[in-house]
Design a protein around this ligand. Structure first.
Ligand code: GRF
Length: 200
């Protein structure tokens, strides 16, 4: 049974789908969400964690002198809770290199587009969907990838396409992509766990 930590900043719907999957879906018997870390005290994801009886901690950058000590505090929480796999889910800040190094091959992120297109610094949330529509793309989707010290550049684990319809607004496309996110994140985690078990 792998211990998962989910790092969040906002609504937490991906954390919810991972927790649900661990209870009665693809991750059942394989993994358990044991920790939610938010860098935003107002994140609804913290409410979701409470409702699921999942331990949560809030580590806010403003309480630390610099990014190094902020990330060290996050890493300490991960180690103290014996985390095996770190899932970034709407986590709106870059992850420190010490965490990336410690969890190489075991830290994932989900991005609301078909990477490598429409990724990178500043490409998050509505901006992604606006850019996809602006570019008159016929498809978009969700991508789970290994997180590295850059934005959205790690090796892709899994992606799922969704159509872009004429007249789509960023809101409509965002909702369609979010459904794909909720489907593939648990499956991507399962794939990583199965590959890790093979490596043993
Ligand atoms: C998702 O669209 C995800 O792709 C992006 O941030 C959003 C997180 O939503 N990284 P939620 O907090 O999981 O509901």
């Amino acid at each position: 049974m792998k211990n998962l930590a989910v790092l969040v900043s906002g609504g937490g719907s991906n954390m919810q789908s991972i927790a649900d999957s661990a209870k009665n879906g693809a991750l059942k018997g394989l993994a358990k969400v044991v920790l939610v870390i938010s860098n935003n005290h107002a994140a609804y994801a913290l409410e979701r964690a409470k409702n699921e009886n999942i331990k949560s901690v809030c580590v806010e950058r403003k309480n630390y002198a610099d990014a190094f000590s902020f990330n060290a505090a996050i890493l300490k929480n991960l180690e103290e809770n014996k985390i095996d796999i770190v899932c970034l889910a709407g986590y709106m800040t870059i992850v420190g290199v010490d965490i990336i190094d410690k969890y190489k091959g075991k830290i994932l992120n989900i991005h609301p587009a078909l990477l490598p297109k429409f990724g990178g610094r500043g490409m998050y949330g509505h901006r992604v969907h606006e850019a996809v529509i602006e570019a008159k793309e016929k498809k978009s989707g969700a991508t789970v990838h290994f997180a590295d010290e850059n934005y959205d550049t790690g090796k892709i684990v899994m992606s799922e396409e969704v159509p872009v319809f004429d007249g789509d607004t960023p809101e409509l496309l965002a909702a369609r992509v979010l459904e794909a996110e909720h489907e593939i994140y648990p499956l991507a985690i399962k794939k990583v766990i199965e590959n890790l078990d093979k490596e043993v």
